[in-house]
Design a protein around this ligand. Structure first.
Ligand SMILES: NC(=O)C1=CN([C@@H]2O[C@H](COP(=O)(O)OP(=O)(O)OC[C@H]3O[C@@H](n4cnc5c(N)ncnc54)[C@H](OP(=O)(O)O)[C@@H]3O)[C@@H](O)[C@H]2O)C=CC1
Ligand SMILES: O=C(CO)COP(=O)(O)O
Length: 335
């Protein structure tokens, strides 16, 4: 009998640990933590208190602080470190991962400097591997609590995606497939910036109509840039686009939204990020996205205001005033 597929998750933050917990219910799973204390806590107490509080992890989820050991074990490699750490982590194991191993990114940001998406960085570090991502409206704490949700494995090769789906799925976690890797990945990246805007609106005190406006016009910006870069427009109406946008903008647990709220309360960006103690990818991604918007010649007024706020050039109040000054154009003018 063939031995079961072994999943290895790199990164033991809130989402890496949660995804490792999902996989551990289906197949032998190992999570790599750069913190030996966290690895020991997962192994001995079946918890990750730094990121997931008291929540109990599956007893057979194993953890290690040895990155090379983790790389050797992988039949499927899941990259769950933040976007800025993907290259540094994978460069250390480029010669240790077996050639055919599929690699799944969880990261929702762009690499600072190169402007590359995480799957592109992975392909540079681990050339020749099937590379895709798992994304969707997936607030880690809710999934760790066992609340129902859905996600998407995006992979060019559908047969690889089909093999990956059951590794992450559960009775309450539905995993779909999509071959539009670019569109699915950009959805996860771009919604974080809109979520910062939504958080700022929340902090300034808004009504549901304003919330809906930020989401709808934010989605229009996501589609505009995504389509200019070559993504399928339909992808943005699915789980990785509109779905993730709604979850992240509406959830008080979203880190990006919380950063926006904290800035509107008067904290500096640095103070807001420090208060959070976790990654909010939209902060680092906003300037990179505005570089792309200029390169592709698309208008992204909400992202532009968020970028100005995180760069310290505007306050949230000034940003919303700036948006109100824009003359509304044709609503259907998406691309
Ligand atoms: N949390 C969520 O709900 C979701 C998150 N995502 C995405 O998943 C990715 C990971 O996020 P998440 O788990 O939430 O982040 P967290 O902030 O919760 O955890 C980050 C993890 O990455 C580790 N890490 C940070 N910097 C480095 C580095 N330079 N080298 C190696 N490891 C590093 C941290 O280690 P240490 O603890 O030692 O600092 C920690 O284990 C992000 O791109 C995020 O956008 C996607 C869907 C849902
Ligand atoms: O991507 C997420 C939900 O799908 C998590 O969003 P935050 O990083 O804003 O918490």
């Amino acid at each position: 009998m063939a031995r079961p597929v072994r999943v290895v998750v790199l990164g033991s933050g809130s989402w890496g640990t949660t995804v490792a917990g999902l996989a551990a219910q289906n197949t032998p799973t190992l999570v790599w933590s750069r913190s030996s204390d966290t690895a020991a806590e997962i192994n001995k107490e079946h918890r990750n208190s730094r990121y997931l509080g008291d929540r109990e992890l599956p007893a057979d989820l194993r953890a290690t602080d040895d990155l090379i050991e983790a790389a050797h074990e992988a039949d499927v490699l899941v990259v769950g470190v933040p976007s800025h750490a993907v290259r540094g982590t994978l460069d250390r194991i480029a010669d240790e991962v077996r050639a055919w191993v599929p690699v799944v990114s969880l990261a929702k940001g762009l690499e600072p400097g190169t402007r590359l998406r995480p799957t592109e960085v992975i392909s540079q570090c681990l050339p020749g591997h099937p590379v895709g991502l798992l994304a969707g409206p997936n607030i880690a704490s809710e999934i760790a609590d066992g609340l129902a949700a859905a996600s998407v494995v995006a992979m060019q090769d559908e047969s690889v995606a089909s093999a990956l789906q059951p590794l992450f799925a559960s009775k309450v976690f539905r995993v779909y497939r999509n071959t539009d890797v670019l569109g699915c990945e950009l959805g996860g990246v771009l919604k974080n910036i809109v979520a910062i805007a939504a958080g700022m609106a929340e902090g300034l005190g808004v009504g549901d109509n304003t919330r809906a406006m930020v989401l709808s016009r934010g989605l229009a910006e996501m589609i505009r840039l995504g389509v200019a870069m070559g993504a399928q427009p339909r992808t943005f109406s699915g789980l990785t686009g509109m779905g993730d946008l709604i979850a992240t903008c509406m959830s008080p647990a979203s880190r990006n939204r919380r950063v926006g709220e904290a800035i509107a309360r008067g904290l500096s960006v640095e103070e807001a990020v420090a208060e959070l103690g976790q990654v909010a990818e939209g902060v680092k991604t906003a300037p990179t996205v505005m570089e792309l918007a200029r390169e592709y010649g698309v208008e992204m007024p909400i992202a532009a205001e968020v970028e100005a706020v995180v760069a310290g050039r505007r306050t949230p109040t000034e940003a919303y005033r700036g948006l109100r000054r824009r003359a509304p154009g044709d609503e259907e003018d998406l691309v």
